[in-house]
Design a protein around this ligand. Structure first.
Ligand SMILES: O=C(O)CCC(=O)C(=O)O
Ligand SMILES: [Fe+2]
Length: 372
C-alpha cells in the first residue's frame, strides 16, 4: 500500500478569514491574509479556513445531517433516488459508485452513498431560471423532521463562508474584493452529503477515486479522516478535520480563472478504518450560471492583462506587479465601500490565457463527461 504521510506542520495551510469579516478591516491583516491565500492556492490548491463564520456546533451539525439522512431505512432513501431527478438531485446508493467529474475509468466503484441538494428558486423569483437551478428531492417531514430546514440553513452558512473566501481570493488575485461575489449572487452550487463505509485499508476499495473537482471552490466538513491530497511531488497526504476549520480546495474553474497559476489538486477518499463509518458534507460552490470565467489580469503578462482587465478586475499595474514579481507594494486598488483593503500577493508566475467561457457552460461541459 502507498504510504500516507501527515508530517507536522501539515503541508496544507490554515488561513483565518476573520480579518475579511471585521466591520473595520485592518488593511495590513487583510494584505497578509491575501498573500497567504495566494501562496496556498499557487502551491497546494488545498487549505483549511478558520474564521469562516460557522461555530464548532454548526460544523458538527453539518456532518450530523449526513448521519441522520444515511441512517434512514434503505427503502426511505431509495424513495429519493437521484435517478428520478432531471438534475440528479437526491440519493445514490453504494451501487452507484462514481464521481460526477470523473469519467468512468474501468476501475472499482466508489464505496460511498451520497445525497445531493442543489439550488432551488423560491416561488415568484423574477430571475430567469438557469438550467442548473431546480427542485430538490427532500425527505418527507414525517420521515426526517426538521432535516430540510437544517439542510437549507447549512447551504446558507456555507455560501456565506464561500463568499468570504471569495473576497480573499479576489484580493489574492489583485482584483477588487467583490470581483467574485458580484458574480455569485444566484450561484450554481451543490451540497453533497456522503457516507463512506470502512474498508479496512484495502487499496481497491476506495471511497472516491483520484480526481480534481471541476467547479470553483469546494468546502468540506468531515467527521472522520479519509480525504487524501496529492502534493506536487506526487506524495499523498491525509487532510483530516481540524477543530473549527473547514477544508477547502480549488476546482478546475478556479485554476482556469487564475490562468493555471493556481492549482486544482488531485484528491481521493479512502476510509481506511476497520470499523468507523466516515461522513462528509461537501459544498461545491460556483458562481452564477452566466458569470464569465476569464483569466484574471494579474495572472497574465503586462499588456496582455490590460486587455483582459476591461471586463473588470485589477488592471495592468496589478498584472505587472505579479507577472514581474516586483513585490507586494504595487497593489490592486480594491475597495468595497468599507474602505480600501488593497492587497498584492506577489508571485512572479505568468499564467495561460484561456478563452472566456460562461461558468454554467463550463460546468455542464465538465459534467458532460459523465453522460457522454
Ligand atoms: O468526501 C469528501 O471528503 C470529499 C469528496 C470529494 O472529493 C468529491 O466528492 O469531490
Ligand atoms: Fe473532490
Amino acid at each position: 500500500m502507498e504510504a500516507i504521510t501527515s508530517p507536522a506542520p501539515p503541508p496544507i495551510p490554515v488561513i483565518d478569514l476573520s480579518p475579511l469579516a471585521a466591520p473595520q478591516p485592518d488593511a495590513a491583516a487583510v494584505r497578509q491574509l491575501a498573500s497567504a491565500l495566494h501562496a496556498a492556492c499557487r502551491d497546494v490548491g488545498f487549505l483549511y479556513i478558520a474564521g469562516h463564520g460557522l461555530s464548532q456546533g454548526q460544523l458538527d451539525g453539518l456532518t450530523a445531517l449526513a448521519t441522520r439522512l444515511f441512517d434512514l431505512p434503505q427503502v426511505d432513501k431509495e424513495a429519493l433516488d437521484a435517478a428520478r431527478s432531471p438534475l440528479a438531485r437526491g440519493y445514490n446508493s453504494l451501487q452507484h459508485g462514481r464521481h460526477s467529474c470523473t469519467p468512468e475509468d474501468g476501475g472499482p466503484r466508489d464505496a460511498k452513498e451520497s445525497f445531493t441538494v442543489g439550488m432551488e428558486r423560491q416561488a415568484g423569483d423574477p430571475r430567469p431560471p438557469s438550467p442548473m437551478h431546480g427542485p430538490n428531492q427532500w425527505p418527507p417531514e414525517a420521515v426526517l423532521p426538521g432535516w430540510r430546514v437544517e439542510a437549507e440553513a447549512a447551504v446558507e452558512q456555507l455560501l456565506a463562508a464561500a463568499r468570504l473566501l471569495m473576497r480573499g481570493l479576489a484580493l489574492a488575485l489583485q482584483a477588487p474584493p467583490d470581483y467574485f461575489t458580484s458574480r455569485c449572487t444566484d450561484p450554481v452550487a451543490q451540497m453533497v452529503l456522503f457516507r463512506y463505509p470502512p474498508t479496512g485499508g484495502t487499496e481497491e476499495q476506495r471511497g472516491c477515486g483520484a480526481h480534481t473537482d471541476c467547479g470553483f471552490l469546494t468546502l468540506v466538513a468531515q467527521d472522520a479522516p479519509g480525504i487524501e491530497v496529492q502534493l506536487s511531488d506526487g506524495s499523498w497526504h491525509a487532510a483530516p478535520a481540524l477543530p473549527g476549520c473547514l477544508l477547502v480546495n480549488l476546482g478546475d474553474m478556479a485554476a482556469r480563472w487564475a490562468g493555471d497559476t493556481y492549482k486544482s489538486t488531485v484528491h481521493r477518499v479512502h476510509n481506511r478504518s476497520d470499523a468507523a463509518t466516515r461522513h462528509s458534507l461537501v459544498f461545491f460552490c460556483n458562481t452564477d450560471f452566466d458569470a464569465v470565467v476569464e483569466t484574471m489580469p494579474s495572472c497574465l503578462p503586462p499588456g496582455v492583462g490590460a486587455a483582459a482587465a476591461e471586463g473588470g478586475g485589477g488592471g495592468s499595474e496589478a498584472a505587472a506587479a505579479v507577472a514581474g514579481g516586483t513585490g507586494s507594494e504595487a497593489a490592486a486598488a480594491g475597495t468595497d465601500g468599507g474602505g480600501s483593503v488593497a492587497a498584492a500577493a506577489g508571485g512572479g508566475v505568468i499564467g495561460r490565457r484561456h478563452p472566456p467561457i460562461k461558468a454554467g457552460d463550463y460546468i455542464l461541459q465538465k459534467l458532460g463527461l459523465m453522460f457522454n
